[in-house]
Each structure stands twice: as structure tokens, then as C-alpha cells.
Design a protein around this ligand. Structure first.
Ligand code: NAD
Length: 484
């Protein structure tokens, strides 16, 4: 099934940092796929703006190479690629100086949608925002897209928000969290709010607990300097896991609109309880046969930064009172796998005896790999031999459920960029959400820093430190296996 393409208006998209890693690996290959599927209207243009001294031809060559490397199967469509490249232009620019700004001002049109992607270090956001105005480039219709990290604590996030607010209205600011662009994450809202089946059960009467796991196999090698100042809490929990938690726990918004959805997410973050130190496990990967230790990768032999974190949280409201949310994320784990799991309670009374009475419904929502969902239900084992029960998954993996026809699942970045062009902020974080997330996170980080907490070592290729298993075992529960 080829996805229905929702048309957008012609646009000018300026990518500050257009020669950087993110632009080459994600943004431009994503835009090419959108172009190929007919979603980029004629007359739209993409303008790279970065420090490198390139001309338009040099930039087009750079992006053609990037698409060949990161563009997947579609990159082989040379005809389409040549046409796409004609939409590209480039301006060498100095975010902190004057160079390039008048050239950019001449290129960007006033009569089309204008979007400015800040794919640069956050320290440059203020300079870019200011120069877009002083050079008469931005207008009330412009949109800006900003990348993570959005601050490293509440204070810095507030300062960033203030800086952006000096030049742009909140309705013009798109804070990107690419987890929100994933097909499954949006499907989570469709499943919750588009079916009568789930919502009545989505509360502390029927849900035993919820697990959110984002497991990665990669190390921090190559970005150790950044990561060592951040750690798993700042790099993953404050943003990605928090956003997933919000979507799974929020009240139904009155409509599927940007502010209605974000208001409900904000209420979840505000209802998050402080987490007891005993309910947090920090880990750091050790050296293994096929890799160095975290400290070697981070080039900091005395680092106490966590490359893994597991924690038990509670949301203080009527719906979720006494339902633990277990969050877990880490690097160099046994598989790359992201999953949200809703484990429902035991039956109040079972008419079956012994082991047959011990079956539970489990809804698992997989973000990667194999985006999809399955619901574990209990049925009778077929055949003779009495009433034996087994658990089987009702599989809602998209590729299977939608048949063997082509299913076009857009990458998170391409989907989100198109939402910017459409002016739809639903899947972007609002400033107050980001600040509320830091308000919850900061005391936890300050707590372990004050205690000089030393992360527990774990074997690379494992499921994390033993203490993370104990966090669950103590509650008579267990983590889902991390598997690809
Ligand atoms: P990068 O270092 O690869 O690229 C930085 C870009 O900024 C380059 O194009 C460079 O020319 C430009 N630049 C730097 N200083 C400039 C200046 N003074 N004036 C004009 N341009 C300047 O960085 P990246 O990995 O592409 O990351 C960009 C942003 O996206 C960062 O904020 C990063 O945290 C965020 N991010 C990156 C990734 C990723 O996978 N790379 C993922 C999530 C978020």
C-alpha cells in the first residue's frame, strides 16, 4: 500500500549546518525520499548554509555522495536524484559574523513557507535567530527547527527558550525529538484513542506496570567528549524516554491538535514523582572482547558518567496511582531494541487451575527494529488433551498487517520536516514541556552528583548491570528480554 501523500505548499528550507553529520546522514536523505514520493512541490528549494567554503555545485556533489551513502535503496534512482539536486543551493555563512547573510537574504523568498533548520551546536541558536531578523530574512511566517540537546539542565533550557523567544513566537519554534516522528509512536496514539478496546483498561485497575526500554548496541566512541558531559539521563531519558512516557500515560486530549496534545503531555511530566535513589541504577559498560570500556571510549579514565540507566517512576494522578513505570536505556547492550510494554494485571479470579491460571495480557509496542505492536492473549492450546492454555501474540507488525504490498513508512526525520512545512507542531516539544522535564530530571542528577555515586560496571553485550535486574526482581517482576 503506497501511503497517501498529503500535499504541502512550496517552501524554502534553509539548513544551517547543512554540511554537518546530521544534515548529510538524516536530513538530506530524508528530504530526497520525500521528493521521490512526490511530496516536495515544484518550486521548493533547500539551501545549505554552513561554514565550509563551497559553491552550489560543490554542495550538490557533497549531498549526492551523502544520499548514495545514507539514502537506502531509493538512492539508486539517478534520474530522480539529478532533479532533486537542482532544488539545492548553498551559502557559506558565519553564524557569529556578517559573512554570507546578505547572500542568504537574496536567496530566501518571502512569498513561500520559510523554514530554518538549526542543525548546529545550541550555542549558535541565539546568533542565528538574531541574524535572521537583523538581516530581514525571517518574517512572522518563518519557522525554526531546533535540535537536541535542548539545554543540559533547567537553567540552560530556560536561557535557550528566552533567547529563541526574543526573536520567534512559540508557534514558530519546532523542537525536534525524532522519537516522536516514528510511525509506531504515532500509532500508539491511534491505538489508544482510536479504539474502544484499550482505553477502558488503560489505568491502575487493569495495568500492573509499564516498561520502556531503549537499548543500543553502539558505544560512545567518536562522541565521547560530548557524551561524557551528558550521560544517559540527559542524552536519552530527559527527552526521548520522557516523551514516550508522556504519550503512553497522558489523558485523552480533546482533539488531535498541537496544544491539546502537548497540554496533556505536560500534565504527565508535572505529575511525575521525585525518584528515590534506591530506584535508580546507573551503569557504565566495561571493556569486552570486541570493544573498549566506556572510560576508554570517553577518554576519561576517572569518568563517573552513566552509559546506562534504569529507574522506577510513579505518576501521581488517579489513573496511574500505584502503577510503576520502569525506564531503561543504555549503550553497548545486547541488542538494538526499543520497546514500550504494558503488562496487564492478573485476572481477579481464574476459572482455570494451577499454571493455567497464570496468564497475562501484554501489549508491546516496538519502535525498532520491526516497528509494530503485538498483544499477547491467552487461548486454548489446540488439540486434544484437556484445557491447556497458551499465550499467543496478536501481531500488528505493519508490514505484515498491511499485506505484502509496498508499505511506505517514512523515516522519523522526513515526517517531522514535512510537519514543519505544514505548520503542524503536534509532534514537537513545547518550551514548557522541555523545562518541566528538566525540572524533574535536575534533582535526580544533583542527587547522585552530591553522593559521588559510582556507576555499576556491566559487560558490553549484556542487558546492563545486575542491579537493574534486581530493581524489578525486588518487585516480583522482570524486564522483557532485550532482543533484536
Ligand atoms: P557537525 O559538527 O557534524 O556539523 C556542524 C555544522 O555546523 C557544520 O555544517 C558546520 O559547518 C556548521 N557550523 C559550525 N560552526 C558554524 C558557524 N560559526 N557558522 C556557520 N556554521 C557553522 O554536527 P552535527 O552532528 O551535524 O549536529 C548538529 C546539531 O544536531 C547539534 O546540535 C547536535 O547536537 C544535533 N544532533 C545531531 C545528531 C547526529 O546524529 N549527528 C543527532 C541529534 C542531534
Amino acid at each position: 500500500m503506497v501511503a497517501r501523500v498529503i500535499p504541502v505548499d512550496p517552501f524554502d528550507l534553509v539548513i544551517f549546518g547543512g554540511t554537518g553529520d546530521l544534515a548529510r546522514r538524516k536530513i538530506l536523505p530524508g528530504l530526497f525520499r520525500r521528493y521521490r514520493s512526490g511530496q516536495m512541490p515544484d518550486g521548493s528549494r533547500i539551501i545549505g548554509a554552513a561554514r565550509s567554503d563551497l559553491d552550489g555545485a560543490g554542495y550538490r556533489k557533497m549531498i549526492a555522495d551523502a544520499i548514495a551513502e545514507f539514502g537506502g535503496d531509493e538512492a539508486g534512482d539517478q534520474d530522480c536524484l539529478s532533479k532533486f539536486l537542482t532544488c539545492l543551493d548553498y551559502v557559506p555563512i558565519d553564524a557569529k559574523g556578517t559573512g554570507g547573510w546578505s547572500e542568504l537574504a537574496q536567496l530566501v523568498r518571502k512569498d513561500v513557507v520559510q523554514a530554518f533548520y538549526f542543525s548546529v551546536a545550541p550555542s549558535l541558536f541565539g546568533d542565528l535567530a538574531e541574524r535572521l531578523h537583523t538581516n530581514g530574512i525571517a518574517s512572522a511566517n518563518s519557522r525554526i527547527v531546533v535540535e537536541k540537546p535542548f539545554g543540559r539542565d533547567l537553567e540552560s533550557a530556560r536561557a535557550l527558550n528566552r533567547t529563541l523567544a526574543t526573536h520567534f513566537d512559540e508557534s514558530q519554534i519546532y523542537r525536534i525529538d525524532h522519537y516522536l516522528g516514528k510511525e509506531t509512536v504515532q500509532n500508539l496514539m491511534a491505538v489508544r484513542f482510536g479504539n474502544v478496546l484499550f482505553e477502558p483498561l488503560w489505568n491502575n485497575h487493569y495495568v500492573d506496570h509499564i516498561q520502556i526500554t531503549v537499548a543500543e548496541t553502539v558505544s560512545v566512541a567518536g562522541r565521547g567528549a560530548y557524551y561524557d558531559r551528558s550521560g544517559a539521563m540527559r542524552d536519552m531519558v530527559q527527552n526521548h524516554l520522557m516523551q514516550l512516557l508522556c504519550l503512553i500515560a497522558m489523558e485523552p486530549p480533546s482533539q488531535f491538535g498541537a496544544d491539546a496534545v502537548r497540554d496533556e503531555k505536560l500534565k504527565v511530566i508535572r505529575a511525575l514523582q521525585p525518584v528515590d535513589a534506591h530506584h535508580i541504577v546507573r551503569g557504565q559498560y566495561d571493556a569486552g572482547p570486541d570493544g573498549k570500556s566506556y572510560r576508554e571510549d570517553a577518554e576519561n579514565p576517572r569518568s563517573f558518567t552513566e552509559s546506562f540507566i534504569a529507574m522506577k517512576c510513579h505518576i501521581a494522578n488517579w489513573r496511574w496511582a500505584d502503577v510503576p513505570f520502569y525506564l531503561r536505556t543504555g549503550k553497548r547492550l545486547k541488542a538494538r531494541s526499543s520497546e514500550i510494554t504494558v503488562v496487564f494485571k492478573d485476572l481477579g479470579h481464574s476459572i482455570f487451575e494451577g499454571d493455567e491460571a497464570r496468564h497475562r495480557n501484554i501489549l508491546s509496542i516496538r519502535l525498532q527494529p520491526n516497528e509494530g505492536m503485538d498483544l499477547q492473549v491467552t487461548i486454548k492450546e489446540p488439540g486434544p488433551g484437556g484445557m491447556r492454555l497458551i499465550d499467543v501474540p496478536l501481531d500488528m507488525t505493519f508490514a505484515d498487517a498491511l499485506g505484502d504490498k509496498e508499505v511506505e513508512v517514512a523515516d522519523a526525520y522526513e515526517r517531522l520536516i514535512m510537519d514543519v512545512i505544514r505548520g503542524n507542531q503536534t509532534l514537537f516539544m513545547r518550551g514548557d514541556e522541555v523545562e518541566a522535564a528538566w525540572r524533574w530530571t535536575d534533582p535526580l542528577i544533583e542527587g547522585w552528583e552530591a553522593r559521588n555515586d559510582v556507576p555499576k560496571l556491566y559487560d558490553a553485550g549484556s542487558a546492563g548491570p545486575e542491579d537493574a535486574m534486581m530493581l524489578m526482581h525486588r518487585d516480583n517482576r522482570r524486564w522483557r528480554d532485550i532482543k533484536a
